[in-house]
Structure formats: structure tokens, C-alpha cells
Design a protein around this ligand. Structure first.
Ligand code: NAD
Ligand code: MN
Length: 358
């Protein structure tokens, strides 16, 4: 029987709470499928590790996980450590060297969940946001001089390469092509940012020629926020830079009901390194340790992990179990206006997985 080796990195805050729920659900699912098993290796990297060892993960951390079939990640972010230290020390320290350049973020209004947008139902908000995940505004290029003096200066340089933009653009067109509506919206800010964003626009025109059956259009990112709210049904697949898509996807998650249900895949399409799956949300300092974190974002990320492994029927079964649970208000956590706890939602998904109709 096939065994998938998964690196589980819960990280900090509610990351730990939702990843243990995710591991539990994936193991039950594998039992139910009967055709594969999971072997999870657990890594205690993150903020507490940093406090003990002065770094978020060991020097050879990436070597320890580079041969796994996938990574299931929680969150990096600790109340006692600056956010840029935790993020760059763990999540970006994996994403960037593993060249997980395609960040994929599906958004739907799941059954039973109410969008803050009036009258919007699941068919009217069914999106995938593709976020460039290896360069751009988060390339890490820049520096500080004269620190602490009145002359102090700082730069963060947005670095866009033609190769980087072409590969993510092609990925987005291909993804749009695989969806029923075959529609892509390319988001930039090429009026104010007149160099790299203009290059994006030009590359979009070039790559579009390879996909004549995909209908595509262009939006400036500020106007895009309005379109997402006012005309959600006019959008399907979207592509934007690292920063723009980071912001748009939090908006998308909120429009679909909660940040707590939104999933992400950090994909290395060439499979030269493992891909990483994680809920969109962070460590949620305000609710950590309270047992009320919504685990649905992690479960949905596990669906994406299964799809990446080629386990389509297992992925479909888990998604079916998730929507059966979201449809029932008794299993809504406080972020969705309910009173359920993480363990209640997890138990409900496990129950659903054991039902022969799922
Ligand atoms: P956050 O996503 O942690 O929280 C934003 C809000 O959403 C909070 O009110 C929180 O309670 C709520 N929320 C998030 N996930 C939820 C869930 N599953 N269930 C219920 N409610 C949920 O964002 P933040 O407050 O900006 O960041 C906190 C820390 O997390 C920071 O250190 C930040 O850098 C880090 N962070 C890490 C990642 C990552 O590692 N992928 C992503 C985002 C933020
Ligand atoms: Mn974000």
C-alpha cells in the first residue's frame, strides 16, 4: 500500500490547534479510503523553538523535509517575537528556497455559511486567487542605513523577473482554463507603478496567446476590491502579485464568511521540492489556547494536499464531509457566529467521513 510521508509543522498559536485536528482527520480519511496511509513527521519549529534555540528552525531544517511528499503547515507568529522574524525564519524560509512560486487560494461560500455580502450564494462567489509567491514585493531585497539616527532610511525593493512573471502567468491561465468558466482577471497597479506592473501587463498579453479559449481581462488592484464586493459573480480566476494577492485573498476569505475557513496551497509545479498546504490565517493571538479556532481552513487545505498527491476520490470525500459539517450551524465556531469548539467541528467531520454516504 502506498504511504505518503507528510511533514507536519504546526508552528505557533492556533496553528498547533488546527494542525493536530488536520492530522487526525487525514488519518481517519486514509483508513476509510483503504488504499493509502499517511506517515506524519512532526516538527516543533516556530516561536517556542526560537526562544530556546535563537532560530525558528534548525540549520538543516529544509534538508529534513525536502524528501517528504508534502508539508502541512499551521502558522508562524509569536506574541513575544517580531512578526518579520517569525515569518522570514520559518514560512518564507521554506516557501522561497523550495520555489513554491504558485500560491493558490480558492474561495467559495460553503453551504450553511452566510457571506457578509447581501444575497450572495455559493454559485455567485466561486473564485481562485493565484498569488505570485516567490518574488515581487516580498523578495526580501532592501536594507536600512543610518539606523537610529535622524538620517535613517529604509527600502523594500519589489523585484520582478520576466521568468518569474511568465511562469506564474502561465500557471494562472492554465488553472483558469481547467475551470468551467475559463475566465481570468489579471490584477496589477500599472498606472502608478510604471515599471514592473507594466511588464506584468505585457507578459499577460503574450501568455494569453497560448490560451485562446480563456477569456481574460485586466483590473487595477484598488478597483478590484470594489469589484469583488459589488460584482462577485463577474470573477472566477484571478492573478496578482505577492502583496496584492495577499491582501485580496484576506478580503476574499472574509467575503466568503471567515478567514478561518480559507485554504492555501504553496505549489512547486515542477515538483522539484515538496509543496506546502496551510490555512490562510495566522496565529490569531486573540483566540489562541481557547480551543475555538475554526479548523475548516486546515481541512480544506488538506483537500488541496490530497489533490496535489493525485488522491482525487479522497479529496472529494473530505470536501463532501466538510460541506456537510458547515451546513449545520451547530458546528459553527465563534468566527462564524456559533458556539462550537475546534474539537466539535473536528469530531463532526470525522463522523461524516465514517458515514457510508460520504
Ligand atoms: P490572523 O489571521 O492570525 O488573525 C486575524 C483575525 O482572524 C483574528 O481576529 C483571529 O482571531 C481571526 N482568525 C484567524 N484565523 C481564525 C480561525 N481559524 N478561527 C477563528 N478565527 C480566526 O492575523 P494577524 O492577527 O494579522 O496575525 C497574527 C500573527 O500571525 C502575526 O504574527 C502574523 O505575522 C502571523 N501570520 C502568519 C501567517 C502564516 O504563517 N501563514 C499568516 C498570517 C499571519
Ligand atoms: Mn496573508
Amino acid at each position: 500500500m502506498k504511504t505518503y510521508k507528510i511533514a507536519a509543522i504546526p508552528g505557533d498559536g492556533i496553528g498547533a490547534e488546527v494542525i493536530s485536528a488536520g492530522v487526525e482527520v487525514l488519518n481517519i480519511l486514509a483508513e476509510r479510503q483503504g488504499s493509502f496511509t499517511f506517515h506524519f513527521d512532526h516538527f516543533d519549529w516556530g516561536g517556542d523553538y526560537y526562544i530556546k534555540h535563537g532560530r525558528m528552525m534548525p540549520d538543516d531544517g529544509r534538508d529534513q523535509i525536502k524528501d517528504h511528499d508534502a508539508i502541512l503547515f499551521g502558522s508562524a507568529g509569536h506574541p513575544k517575537i517580531p512578526d518579520h522574524v517569525t515569518l522570514w525564519g520559518l514560512r518564507l524560509a521554506i516557501c522561497q528556497p523550495f520555489d513554491q512560486y504558485a500560491n493558490v487560494r480558492p474561495t467559495r461560500v460553503l453551504p450553511g455559511i452566510t457571506s457578509p455580502l447581501r444575497h450572495v450564494n455559493d454559485k455567485e462567489l466561486d473564485w481562485v486567487i493565484v498569488r505570485e509567491n516567490s518574488e515581487g514585493e516580498y523578495a526580501g531585497v532592501g536594507g536600512r542605513v543610518h539606523q537610529g539616527s535622524p538620517l535613517e532610511a529604509a527600502t523594500d525593493v519589489a523585484m520582478f523577473t520576466r521568468a518569474g512573471v511568465e511562469r506564474i502567468m502561465r500557471f494562472a491561465f492554465k488553472l483558469a482554463q481547467s475551470r468551467p468558466r475559463k475566465r481570468l482577471t489579471v490584477v496589477t497597479k500599472s498606472n502608478a507603478q510604471r515599471h514592473a506592473m507594466v511588464m506584468w501587463d505585457e507578459i499577460a498579453v503574450e501568455i494569453a496567446k497560448e490560451f485562446p479559449d480563456v477569456t481574460w481581462d485586466k483590473m487595477l488592484v484598488d478597483a478590484m476590491t470594489m469589484r469583488m464586493v459589488m460584482k462577485p459573480q463577474s470573477l472566477d480566476t484571478m492573478i496578482a502579485t505577492n502583496l496584492h494577492a495577499d491582501i485580496l485573498s484576506d478580503l476574499a476569505a472574509a467575503l466568503a464568511g471567515s478567514l478561518g475557513i480559507a485554504p492555501t496551497a504553496n505549489i512547486n509545479p515542477e515538483r522539484s521540492f515538496p509543496s506546502m498546504f496551510e490555512p490562510i490565517h495566522g496565529s490569531a493571538f486573540d483566540i489562541m489556547g481557547k480551543g475555538v479556532a475554526n479548523p475548516v481552513g486546515t481541512f480544506w487545505s488538506a483537500v488541496m494536499l490530497l489533490e496535489h498527491l493525485g488522491e482525487k476520490s479522497a479529496a472529494d470525500r473530505l470536501m463532501k464531509a466538510i460541506v456537510r459539517v458547515t451546513a449545520d450551524g451547530r458546528f459553527h465556531t465563534p468566527d462564524l457566529g456559533g458556539t462550537a469548539r475546534t474539537v466539535d467541528v473536528t469530531a463532526a467531520v470525522i463522523d461524516a467521513l465514517q458515514d457510508s454516504n460520504v
